[in-house]
Design a protein around this ligand. Structure first.
Ligand code: UD1
Ligand code: CA
Length: 476
Protein backbone atom coordinates (compact mmCIF):
# COMPACT_ATOMS: atom_id res chain seq x y z
CA UNK A 1 0.00 0.00 0.00
CA UNK A 2 1.32 3.46 -0.88
CA UNK A 3 0.69 6.42 1.35
CA UNK A 4 2.03 9.97 1.29
CA UNK A 5 4.82 10.68 3.76
CA UNK A 6 4.93 14.07 5.57
CA UNK A 7 7.59 15.45 3.19
CA UNK A 8 5.49 14.58 0.19
CA UNK A 9 7.47 11.57 -1.05
CA UNK A 10 5.59 8.32 -1.40
CA UNK A 11 6.84 5.66 0.96
CA UNK A 12 5.93 2.02 1.07
CA UNK A 13 4.32 1.02 4.33
CA UNK A 14 3.63 -2.46 5.60
CA UNK A 15 0.43 -3.99 4.23
CA UNK A 16 -2.32 -4.65 6.72
CA UNK A 17 -5.09 -7.19 6.87
CA UNK A 18 -8.34 -6.76 8.75
CA UNK A 19 -9.84 -9.77 10.53
CA UNK A 20 -13.38 -9.42 11.87
CA UNK A 21 -14.51 -11.96 14.46
CA UNK A 22 -18.15 -12.88 13.99
CA UNK A 23 -18.31 -16.60 14.70
CA UNK A 24 -19.56 -16.57 18.29
CA UNK A 25 -22.98 -17.87 19.25
CA UNK A 26 -24.10 -14.60 20.82
CA UNK A 27 -25.83 -16.60 23.56
CA UNK A 28 -26.31 -13.54 25.77
CA UNK A 29 -28.54 -11.90 23.13
CA UNK A 30 -31.15 -14.61 23.86
CA UNK A 31 -32.15 -14.49 20.18
CA UNK A 32 -32.77 -16.65 17.12
CA UNK A 33 -31.25 -13.84 15.05
CA UNK A 34 -27.42 -14.10 14.77
CA UNK A 35 -25.76 -11.36 16.83
CA UNK A 36 -24.01 -9.69 13.85
CA UNK A 37 -27.42 -9.19 12.20
CA UNK A 38 -28.94 -7.30 15.11
CA UNK A 39 -29.35 -3.67 14.07
CA UNK A 40 -27.97 -0.42 15.42
CA UNK A 41 -29.47 2.68 13.79
CA UNK A 42 -31.38 0.52 11.31
CA UNK A 43 -28.25 -1.27 10.08
CA UNK A 44 -26.95 -4.71 11.09
CA UNK A 45 -23.88 -4.51 13.34
CA UNK A 46 -21.86 -6.43 10.74
CA UNK A 47 -22.56 -3.63 8.22
CA UNK A 48 -21.22 -1.02 10.63
CA UNK A 49 -18.01 -3.03 10.93
CA UNK A 50 -17.83 -3.54 7.14
CA UNK A 51 -18.28 0.21 6.59
CA UNK A 52 -15.41 0.84 9.01
CA UNK A 53 -13.21 -1.75 7.28
CA UNK A 54 -13.95 -0.25 3.86
CA UNK A 55 -12.88 3.20 5.03
CA UNK A 56 -9.59 1.82 6.32
CA UNK A 57 -8.91 0.18 2.93
CA UNK A 58 -7.09 -2.91 4.23
CA UNK A 59 -5.10 -5.02 1.79
CA UNK A 60 -7.14 -8.06 2.90
CA UNK A 61 -10.48 -8.33 4.65
CA UNK A 62 -11.40 -11.59 6.35
CA UNK A 63 -14.62 -12.37 8.19
CA UNK A 64 -14.48 -15.25 10.63
CA UNK A 65 -17.90 -16.92 10.63
CA UNK A 66 -19.09 -19.98 12.52
CA UNK A 67 -22.42 -20.11 14.33
CA UNK A 68 -25.27 -19.17 11.94
CA UNK A 69 -22.69 -18.64 9.21
CA UNK A 70 -25.13 -19.23 6.32
CA UNK A 71 -27.41 -16.42 7.51
CA UNK A 72 -24.51 -14.04 8.13
CA UNK A 73 -22.66 -14.94 4.90
CA UNK A 74 -25.85 -14.42 2.87
CA UNK A 75 -25.81 -10.87 4.13
CA UNK A 76 -22.21 -10.08 3.11
CA UNK A 77 -21.38 -8.21 -0.10
CA UNK A 78 -19.11 -9.85 -2.67
CA UNK A 79 -15.34 -9.61 -2.30
CA UNK A 80 -15.19 -10.44 1.41
CA UNK A 81 -13.10 -13.50 2.28
CA UNK A 82 -14.83 -15.79 4.75
CA UNK A 83 -12.85 -18.01 7.12
CA UNK A 84 -14.91 -20.68 8.86
CA UNK A 85 -14.43 -21.42 12.55
CA UNK A 86 -16.13 -24.69 13.42
CA UNK A 87 -16.56 -25.45 16.28
CA UNK A 88 -16.18 -22.13 18.12
CA UNK A 89 -13.48 -22.61 20.72
CA UNK A 90 -12.82 -18.98 21.66
CA UNK A 91 -11.52 -15.71 20.26
CA UNK A 92 -7.93 -16.98 19.87
CA UNK A 93 -9.19 -20.02 18.00
CA UNK A 94 -11.30 -17.66 15.84
CA UNK A 95 -8.25 -15.65 14.72
CA UNK A 96 -6.34 -18.90 14.14
CA UNK A 97 -9.13 -19.85 11.71
CA UNK A 98 -7.91 -17.03 9.45
CA UNK A 99 -4.43 -18.60 9.29
CA UNK A 100 -5.01 -20.23 5.91
CA UNK A 101 -6.49 -17.07 4.39
CA UNK A 102 -3.36 -15.21 5.55
CA UNK A 103 -0.84 -17.98 4.79
CA UNK A 104 1.23 -15.82 2.42
CA UNK A 105 0.65 -12.56 4.29
CA UNK A 106 3.40 -10.47 5.89
CA UNK A 107 2.49 -7.28 7.68
CA UNK A 108 0.06 -6.09 10.31
CA UNK A 109 -3.19 -7.77 11.25
CA UNK A 110 -5.93 -5.58 12.63
CA UNK A 111 -8.46 -7.58 14.65
CA UNK A 112 -11.90 -6.29 15.52
CA UNK A 113 -15.26 -7.88 16.34
CA UNK A 114 -18.69 -7.78 14.77
CA UNK A 115 -20.12 -6.71 18.13
CA UNK A 116 -18.31 -3.34 18.34
CA UNK A 117 -20.61 -1.25 16.12
CA UNK A 118 -19.64 2.25 17.23
CA UNK A 119 -15.91 2.04 16.49
CA UNK A 120 -14.68 4.83 14.19
CA UNK A 121 -11.96 4.63 11.52
CA UNK A 122 -10.17 7.57 13.16
CA UNK A 123 -9.53 5.59 16.34
CA UNK A 124 -8.43 2.48 14.47
CA UNK A 125 -6.10 4.52 12.26
CA UNK A 126 -4.56 6.02 15.42
CA UNK A 127 -4.00 2.56 16.87
CA UNK A 128 -2.40 1.36 13.65
CA UNK A 129 -0.17 4.45 13.49
CA UNK A 130 0.99 4.00 17.10
CA UNK A 131 1.58 0.29 16.50
CA UNK A 132 3.84 1.09 13.54
CA UNK A 133 5.60 4.04 15.15
CA UNK A 134 6.50 1.94 18.17
CA UNK A 135 7.42 -1.10 16.07
CA UNK A 136 5.13 -3.14 18.34
CA UNK A 137 4.38 -6.83 17.95
CA UNK A 138 0.95 -6.27 19.48
CA UNK A 139 -1.08 -3.16 20.30
CA UNK A 140 -4.32 -3.27 22.22
CA UNK A 141 -7.01 -0.63 22.11
CA UNK A 142 -8.20 -0.21 25.68
CA UNK A 143 -10.89 1.86 27.37
CA UNK A 144 -11.92 3.14 30.76
CA UNK A 145 -15.66 2.51 30.97
CA UNK A 146 -17.78 3.71 33.91
CA UNK A 147 -18.55 0.07 34.62
CA UNK A 148 -15.84 -2.45 33.61
CA UNK A 149 -17.98 -5.49 34.52
CA UNK A 150 -17.57 -8.32 32.03
CA UNK A 151 -14.55 -6.92 30.19
CA UNK A 152 -11.01 -8.32 30.27
CA UNK A 153 -8.74 -6.20 32.53
CA UNK A 154 -5.47 -4.81 31.18
CA UNK A 155 -2.73 -5.60 33.68
CA UNK A 156 0.29 -3.27 33.62
CA UNK A 157 3.48 -3.51 35.70
CA UNK A 158 4.72 -0.81 38.09
CA UNK A 159 6.26 1.08 35.14
CA UNK A 160 3.01 1.04 33.19
CA UNK A 161 4.21 -1.57 30.70
CA UNK A 162 1.58 -4.03 29.48
CA UNK A 163 1.78 -7.43 31.22
CA UNK A 164 -1.36 -9.34 30.31
CA UNK A 165 -5.12 -9.29 29.84
CA UNK A 166 -7.15 -11.18 32.44
CA UNK A 167 -10.77 -12.02 31.69
CA UNK A 168 -13.35 -10.86 34.22
CA UNK A 169 -14.35 -14.41 35.13
CA UNK A 170 -10.71 -15.43 35.72
CA UNK A 171 -9.73 -12.31 37.70
CA UNK A 172 -9.07 -11.99 41.43
CA UNK A 173 -10.36 -9.00 43.42
CA UNK A 174 -7.17 -7.00 42.92
CA UNK A 175 -7.36 -7.44 39.12
CA UNK A 176 -11.10 -6.69 39.09
CA UNK A 177 -10.30 -3.31 40.66
CA UNK A 178 -8.41 -2.30 37.45
CA UNK A 179 -10.42 0.23 35.42
CA UNK A 180 -8.60 -0.13 32.09
CA UNK A 181 -10.11 -2.90 29.98
CA UNK A 182 -9.60 -4.64 26.66
CA UNK A 183 -11.82 -3.44 23.80
CA UNK A 184 -11.05 -6.48 21.60
CA UNK A 185 -9.53 -4.25 18.92
CA UNK A 186 -5.87 -5.05 18.30
CA UNK A 187 -2.99 -4.69 15.84
CA UNK A 188 -0.55 -7.55 15.58
CA UNK A 189 2.51 -8.37 13.58
CA UNK A 190 1.19 -11.32 11.54
CA UNK A 191 4.14 -13.60 12.18
CA UNK A 192 4.27 -13.00 15.95
CA UNK A 193 0.48 -13.40 16.14
CA UNK A 194 0.28 -16.80 14.48
CA UNK A 195 3.32 -18.00 16.40
CA UNK A 196 1.64 -17.14 19.71
CA UNK A 197 -1.77 -18.50 18.62
CA UNK A 198 -0.13 -21.89 18.06
CA UNK A 199 0.88 -21.95 21.73
CA UNK A 200 -2.49 -21.01 23.32
CA UNK A 201 -3.89 -23.32 25.99
CA UNK A 202 -7.58 -23.40 27.04
CA UNK A 203 -6.76 -23.25 30.74
CA UNK A 204 -9.39 -20.76 31.88
CA UNK A 205 -12.88 -20.72 33.34
CA UNK A 206 -14.52 -21.26 29.90
CA UNK A 207 -11.92 -23.78 28.65
CA UNK A 208 -11.54 -21.66 25.50
CA UNK A 209 -8.57 -20.48 23.44
CA UNK A 210 -8.46 -16.79 24.38
CA UNK A 211 -6.96 -14.24 22.00
CA UNK A 212 -6.21 -12.18 25.10
CA UNK A 213 -3.62 -14.78 26.21
CA UNK A 214 -1.52 -13.90 23.14
CA UNK A 215 -0.62 -10.68 24.95
CA UNK A 216 0.92 -12.50 27.94
CA UNK A 217 2.79 -14.92 25.64
CA UNK A 218 4.31 -12.06 23.63
CA UNK A 219 5.28 -10.15 26.79
CA UNK A 220 6.95 -13.32 28.15
CA UNK A 221 8.82 -13.63 24.82
CA UNK A 222 10.16 -10.10 25.38
CA UNK A 223 8.30 -8.71 22.35
CA UNK A 224 7.16 -5.05 22.37
CA UNK A 225 3.47 -4.92 23.37
CA UNK A 226 1.60 -1.62 23.71
CA UNK A 227 -1.83 -0.43 24.79
CA UNK A 228 -3.64 2.69 23.64
CA UNK A 229 -6.57 3.93 25.73
CA UNK A 230 -9.48 5.10 23.58
CA UNK A 231 -10.54 8.69 24.24
CA UNK A 232 -14.19 7.69 24.16
CA UNK A 233 -15.29 4.57 26.04
CA UNK A 234 -18.69 4.58 24.27
CA UNK A 235 -17.04 4.09 20.93
CA UNK A 236 -15.50 0.75 21.79
CA UNK A 237 -18.35 -0.73 23.77
CA UNK A 238 -18.99 -4.40 23.01
CA UNK A 239 -22.56 -5.60 22.54
CA UNK A 240 -23.29 -8.84 24.35
CA UNK A 241 -26.87 -8.25 25.55
CA UNK A 242 -30.00 -6.41 24.42
CA UNK A 243 -29.40 -3.90 27.19
CA UNK A 244 -26.03 -3.01 25.68
CA UNK A 245 -27.66 -3.00 22.22
CA UNK A 246 -30.17 -0.39 23.40
CA UNK A 247 -27.38 1.71 24.87
CA UNK A 248 -25.40 1.56 21.61
CA UNK A 249 -28.56 2.44 19.71
CA UNK A 250 -29.01 5.58 21.79
CA UNK A 251 -25.41 6.66 21.34
CA UNK A 252 -25.46 5.94 17.60
CA UNK A 253 -28.73 7.87 17.13
CA UNK A 254 -27.23 10.87 18.94
CA UNK A 255 -24.20 10.72 16.67
CA UNK A 256 -26.33 10.63 13.50
CA UNK A 257 -28.49 13.54 14.66
CA UNK A 258 -25.35 15.51 15.40
CA UNK A 259 -23.96 14.67 11.95
CA UNK A 260 -27.06 15.86 10.08
CA UNK A 261 -27.33 19.03 12.17
CA UNK A 262 -23.68 19.87 11.54
CA UNK A 263 -24.35 19.32 7.83
CA UNK A 264 -27.05 22.01 7.94
CA UNK A 265 -30.37 20.37 8.82
CA UNK A 266 -32.57 21.77 11.59
CA UNK A 267 -34.14 19.23 13.94
CA UNK A 268 -36.89 20.94 15.93
CA UNK A 269 -36.95 18.16 18.50
CA UNK A 270 -33.81 16.02 18.13
CA UNK A 271 -34.70 13.36 20.75
CA UNK A 272 -37.97 12.45 19.00
CA UNK A 273 -36.41 12.32 15.53
CA UNK A 274 -35.24 8.88 14.34
CA UNK A 275 -32.58 8.97 11.64
CA UNK A 276 -30.87 5.82 10.38
CA UNK A 277 -27.13 5.58 9.88
CA UNK A 278 -26.99 6.10 6.10
CA UNK A 279 -29.61 8.85 5.69
CA UNK A 280 -28.50 12.11 4.07
CA UNK A 281 -30.28 15.45 4.49
CA UNK A 282 -29.57 18.66 2.57
CA UNK A 283 -28.88 22.14 3.96
CA UNK A 284 -31.66 24.20 5.49
CA UNK A 285 -34.10 21.34 5.63
CA UNK A 286 -36.27 21.58 8.75
CA UNK A 287 -37.59 18.43 10.40
CA UNK A 288 -40.42 18.43 12.90
CA UNK A 289 -40.99 16.24 15.96
CA UNK A 290 -41.73 12.53 15.73
CA UNK A 291 -40.34 12.10 12.22
CA UNK A 292 -38.52 8.91 11.18
CA UNK A 293 -36.02 8.91 8.32
CA UNK A 294 -35.09 5.31 7.75
CA UNK A 295 -33.00 3.02 5.55
CA UNK A 296 -31.50 4.46 2.36
CA UNK A 297 -33.38 7.76 2.58
CA UNK A 298 -32.13 10.97 0.98
CA UNK A 299 -33.75 14.36 1.54
CA UNK A 300 -32.72 17.42 -0.47
CA UNK A 301 -32.17 21.03 0.53
CA UNK A 302 -34.73 23.51 1.89
CA UNK A 303 -37.38 20.90 2.59
CA UNK A 304 -39.87 21.16 5.41
CA UNK A 305 -40.96 17.97 7.14
CA UNK A 306 -43.70 18.77 9.62
CA UNK A 307 -44.46 16.38 12.47
CA UNK A 308 -44.55 12.56 12.36
CA UNK A 309 -43.36 12.17 8.78
CA UNK A 310 -42.05 8.68 7.97
CA UNK A 311 -39.58 8.15 5.12
CA UNK A 312 -38.33 4.64 4.45
CA UNK A 313 -35.90 4.17 1.55
CA UNK A 314 -37.27 7.41 0.12
CA UNK A 315 -35.69 9.96 -2.20
CA UNK A 316 -36.99 13.48 -1.70
CA UNK A 317 -35.87 16.41 -3.89
CA UNK A 318 -35.26 20.06 -2.96
CA UNK A 319 -37.81 22.49 -1.53
CA UNK A 320 -40.36 19.78 -0.76
CA UNK A 321 -43.08 20.28 1.85
CA UNK A 322 -44.20 17.13 3.65
CA UNK A 323 -47.09 17.93 5.96
CA UNK A 324 -47.88 15.99 9.11
CA UNK A 325 -48.12 12.18 8.94
CA UNK A 326 -46.90 11.83 5.36
CA UNK A 327 -45.47 8.35 4.71
CA UNK A 328 -43.13 7.63 1.77
CA UNK A 329 -41.77 4.11 1.32
CA UNK A 330 -39.36 2.94 -1.41
CA UNK A 331 -40.47 5.86 -3.60
CA UNK A 332 -39.34 9.27 -4.76
CA UNK A 333 -40.71 12.82 -4.73
CA UNK A 334 -39.45 15.57 -7.05
CA UNK A 335 -38.52 19.18 -6.29
CA UNK A 336 -40.98 21.64 -4.78
CA UNK A 337 -43.81 19.17 -4.41
CA UNK A 338 -46.24 19.34 -1.49
CA UNK A 339 -47.60 16.23 0.18
CA UNK A 340 -49.85 15.54 3.12
CA UNK A 341 -51.22 15.57 5.66
CA UNK A 342 -51.74 11.78 5.69
CA UNK A 343 -50.44 11.06 2.17
CA UNK A 344 -49.07 7.55 1.53
CA UNK A 345 -46.66 6.98 -1.36
CA UNK A 346 -45.27 3.46 -1.55
CA UNK A 347 -44.14 0.55 -3.73
CA UNK A 348 -41.62 2.17 -6.08
CA UNK A 349 -43.84 5.11 -6.86
CA UNK A 350 -42.57 8.38 -8.26
CA UNK A 351 -44.01 11.84 -7.70
CA UNK A 352 -42.76 14.50 -10.14
CA UNK A 353 -41.76 18.11 -9.52
CA UNK A 354 -44.26 20.70 -8.24
CA UNK A 355 -46.97 18.10 -7.58
CA UNK A 356 -49.62 18.41 -4.89
CA UNK A 357 -50.88 15.35 -3.06
CA UNK A 358 -53.30 15.94 -0.24
CA UNK A 359 -54.95 14.22 2.66
CA UNK A 360 -55.44 10.46 2.36
CA UNK A 361 -54.11 10.41 -1.20
CA UNK A 362 -52.35 7.10 -1.81
CA UNK A 363 -50.05 5.92 -4.58
CA UNK A 364 -48.77 2.38 -5.05
CA UNK A 365 -46.49 1.25 -7.91
CA UNK A 366 -47.46 4.44 -9.77
CA UNK A 367 -45.99 7.58 -11.23
CA UNK A 368 -47.46 11.07 -11.42
CA UNK A 369 -45.87 13.71 -13.65
CA UNK A 370 -44.73 17.29 -13.02
CA UNK A 371 -47.36 19.76 -11.88
CA UNK A 372 -50.09 17.17 -11.35
CA UNK A 373 -52.47 17.29 -8.40
CA UNK A 374 -54.29 14.72 -6.36
CA UNK A 375 -55.56 16.53 -3.34
CA UNK A 376 -58.11 14.45 -1.43
CA UNK A 377 -59.00 10.82 -0.63
CA UNK A 378 -57.79 9.29 -3.88
CA UNK A 379 -55.93 6.15 -4.92
CA UNK A 380 -53.57 5.40 -7.80
CA UNK A 381 -52.40 1.78 -8.14
CA UNK A 382 -50.27 0.48 -11.05
CA UNK A 383 -50.82 3.78 -12.84
CA UNK A 384 -48.86 6.17 -15.02
CA UNK A 385 -50.13 9.70 -14.78
CA UNK A 386 -48.78 12.46 -17.02
CA UNK A 387 -48.03 16.13 -16.36
CA UNK A 388 -50.49 18.83 -15.25
CA UNK A 389 -53.28 16.36 -14.51
CA UNK A 390 -55.93 16.76 -11.84
CA UNK A 391 -57.18 13.73 -9.97
CA UNK A 392 -60.38 14.80 -8.19
CA UNK A 393 -61.41 14.08 -4.64
CA UNK A 394 -62.26 10.44 -4.06
CA UNK A 395 -61.24 9.32 -7.57
CA UNK A 396 -59.66 5.88 -7.62
CA UNK A 397 -58.14 3.34 -9.94
CA UNK A 398 -59.49 -0.23 -9.65
CA UNK A 399 -56.21 -1.97 -10.39
CA UNK A 400 -57.10 -5.36 -8.86
CA UNK A 401 -59.86 -7.64 -10.12
CA UNK A 402 -59.44 -10.30 -7.46
CA UNK A 403 -56.96 -12.28 -9.56
CA UNK A 404 -54.42 -9.90 -11.09
CA UNK A 405 -53.23 -6.31 -11.13
CA UNK A 406 -53.89 -4.13 -14.19
CA UNK A 407 -52.44 -0.91 -15.53
CA UNK A 408 -54.01 2.54 -15.88
CA UNK A 409 -52.57 5.21 -18.16
CA UNK A 410 -53.57 8.86 -17.69
CA UNK A 411 -51.89 11.11 -20.24
CA UNK A 412 -50.89 14.78 -19.81
CA UNK A 413 -53.49 17.43 -18.86
CA UNK A 414 -56.24 14.96 -18.07
CA UNK A 415 -58.96 15.95 -15.58
CA UNK A 416 -60.45 13.13 -13.53
CA UNK A 417 -63.65 14.28 -11.80
CA UNK A 418 -64.42 13.55 -8.18
CA UNK A 419 -65.36 10.00 -7.22
CA UNK A 420 -64.59 8.69 -10.70
CA UNK A 421 -63.71 5.00 -10.77
CA UNK A 422 -61.19 3.96 -13.42
CA UNK A 423 -61.41 0.19 -13.99
CA UNK A 424 -58.04 -1.06 -15.26
CA UNK A 425 -56.76 -1.82 -17.78
CA UNK A 426 -57.80 1.54 -19.16
CA UNK A 427 -56.26 4.62 -20.81
CA UNK A 428 -57.39 8.22 -20.59
CA UNK A 429 -55.74 10.06 -23.45
CA UNK A 430 -54.26 13.53 -23.48
CA UNK A 431 -56.47 16.39 -22.31
CA UNK A 432 -59.59 14.23 -21.78
CA UNK A 433 -62.11 14.83 -19.00
CA UNK A 434 -63.82 12.19 -16.92
CA UNK A 435 -67.07 13.42 -15.35
CA UNK A 436 -67.49 13.16 -11.61
CA UNK A 437 -68.95 9.88 -10.39
CA UNK A 438 -68.33 8.02 -13.65
CA UNK A 439 -67.25 4.38 -13.74
CA UNK A 440 -64.83 4.22 -16.66
CA UNK A 441 -64.29 0.79 -18.22
CA UNK A 442 -63.39 1.85 -21.77
CA UNK A 443 -60.46 3.94 -23.06
CA UNK A 444 -61.22 7.67 -23.40
CA UNK A 445 -59.83 9.40 -26.53
CA UNK A 446 -57.84 12.64 -26.37
CA UNK A 447 -59.93 15.72 -25.68
CA UNK A 448 -63.16 13.76 -25.03
CA UNK A 449 -65.50 13.88 -22.03
CA UNK A 450 -66.31 10.48 -20.57
CA UNK A 451 -69.56 10.57 -18.65
CA UNK A 452 -71.18 7.47 -17.24
CA UNK A 453 -74.15 8.24 -14.97
CA UNK A 454 -77.96 8.56 -15.20
CA UNK A 455 -79.70 11.89 -15.72
CA UNK A 456 -80.62 13.80 -12.59
CA UNK A 457 -84.32 13.86 -11.60
CA UNK A 458 -85.65 16.55 -9.19
CA UNK A 459 -88.96 15.66 -7.50
CA UNK A 460 -90.74 18.89 -6.49
CA UNK A 461 -92.01 19.20 -2.87
CA UNK A 462 -90.87 15.67 -2.08
CA UNK A 463 -89.58 16.62 1.41
CA UNK A 464 -92.77 18.13 2.79
CA UNK A 465 -94.84 15.23 1.41
CA UNK A 466 -92.49 12.76 3.02
CA UNK A 467 -92.73 14.53 6.40
CA UNK A 468 -96.51 14.50 6.38
CA UNK A 469 -96.56 10.81 5.42
CA UNK A 470 -94.32 10.04 8.40
CA UNK A 471 -96.38 12.15 10.81
CA UNK A 472 -99.52 10.29 9.73
CA UNK A 473 -97.85 6.94 10.48
CA UNK A 474 -96.77 8.06 13.98
CA UNK A 475 -100.35 9.21 14.90
CA UNK A 476 -101.87 5.82 14.05
C1 UD1 B 1 -13.97 -10.19 24.63
C2 UD1 B 1 -12.57 -10.25 25.24
C3 UD1 B 1 -12.51 -9.30 26.44
C4 UD1 B 1 -12.90 -7.90 26.01
C5 UD1 B 1 -14.27 -7.89 25.30
C6 UD1 B 1 -14.51 -6.53 24.69
C7 UD1 B 1 -11.65 -12.51 24.94
C8 UD1 B 1 -11.41 -13.82 25.59
N1 UD1 B 1 -12.27 -11.60 25.68
O1 UD1 B 1 -14.88 -10.69 25.58
O2 UD1 B 1 -11.19 -9.28 26.97
O3 UD1 B 1 -12.92 -7.04 27.14
O4 UD1 B 1 -14.28 -8.85 24.25
O5 UD1 B 1 -15.76 -6.43 24.10
O6 UD1 B 1 -11.26 -12.32 23.82
N2 UD1 B 1 -15.98 -15.02 18.64
C9 UD1 B 1 -15.66 -15.89 17.62
N3 UD1 B 1 -15.40 -17.19 17.92
C10 UD1 B 1 -15.42 -17.67 19.18
C11 UD1 B 1 -15.75 -16.77 20.23
C12 UD1 B 1 -16.01 -15.45 19.91
O7 UD1 B 1 -15.61 -15.50 16.46
O8 UD1 B 1 -15.18 -18.86 19.36
C13 UD1 B 1 -16.27 -13.62 18.30
C14 UD1 B 1 -17.67 -13.21 18.68
O9 UD1 B 1 -18.57 -13.44 17.62
C15 UD1 B 1 -17.51 -11.73 19.00
C16 UD1 B 1 -16.05 -11.61 19.43
O10 UD1 B 1 -15.39 -12.79 19.01
O11 UD1 B 1 -17.71 -10.94 17.85
C17 UD1 B 1 -15.90 -11.45 20.94
O12 UD1 B 1 -16.47 -12.59 21.59
P1 UD1 B 1 -17.34 -12.43 22.89
O13 UD1 B 1 -17.79 -13.77 23.32
O14 UD1 B 1 -18.35 -11.39 22.72
O15 UD1 B 1 -16.21 -11.94 23.92
P2 UD1 B 1 -16.41 -11.07 25.22
O16 UD1 B 1 -16.89 -11.94 26.32
O17 UD1 B 1 -17.18 -9.88 24.91
CA1 CA C 1 -18.35 -9.14 23.14
Amino acid sequence: MMVGSPDGDDVIVRPFACVVLAAGKGTRMASDVPKPLHCVCGKPMIDHVLALARELEPDRLIMVLGADREAVAAHLPGGVTVAVQEPQLGTGHAVASAREALADFEGDVLVTCADIPLLTPTTVAKLLAMHRDEGASASVLTMLPDDPTGYGRLVRDENGAVRAIVEHRDADDETLAIGEVNSSVYCFDARALFDALGRLRPDNDQAEYYLTDVIRLMVDDGLPVRAMPSEDADEVMGINTRVQLALAERIARDRVRERVMLAGATLLDPPSTMIDADVTIGRDTVIGPGSCLLGATTVGERCELRSNVTLRDATVGDGVLLRDHTVIEISSVGDESELGPFTLVRGNSGVGNRCKLGSSAEMNRSRIGDGSKMQHFSYLGDSDVGERCNIGAGAITCNYDGLGKHHTVIEDEVFIGSSAVLVAPVSIERGAYVAAGSVVTKDVPAGALAIERTHQKNIEDWVSRWHSRRKGREEQ
